[in-house]
Design a protein around this ligand. Structure first.
Ligand SMILES: [Zn+2]
Length: 97
């Protein structure tokens, strides 16, 4: 199995290192017990996860901006029903009434 590699910038890697250090629960082996590697450090060996994290790092701001800021043009208008009955005229029986 090939080692996972970070495809992002040095600044993005520093951010990842900081996040992993903040969430690290590794246990040093003592009293004859083996050391335990925490899930955050295990994740660093998974290439797919690293690639996905990088994608999220780079795209999240766009999603946040679109989700939490209002368009200068206001909300998009609701579709308008045609006809007085409020029913969609393209549905229902065909005929000339
Ligand atoms: Zn750890």
């Amino acid at each position: 199995m090939a080692a996972a590699t970070w495809q992002g910038t040095d600044e993005e890697f520093a951010r990842l290192e900081q996040a992993v250090a903040h969430n690290c629960d590794c246990v040093v082996g003592t009293l004859g017990l083996p050391p335990l590697t925490c899930p955050a450090h295990v994740m660093l060996g998974d290439q797919t996860t690293l690639d996905h994290l990088l994608y999220v790092y780079r795209t999240r701001q766009g999603f946040i901006t679109r989700e939490f800021t209002q368009s200068p043009f206001g909300p998009s208008p609701l579709p308008v029903r045609s006809g007085r009955s409020g029913r969609n005229q393209s549905c229902g029986p065909k005929g000339g009434r």
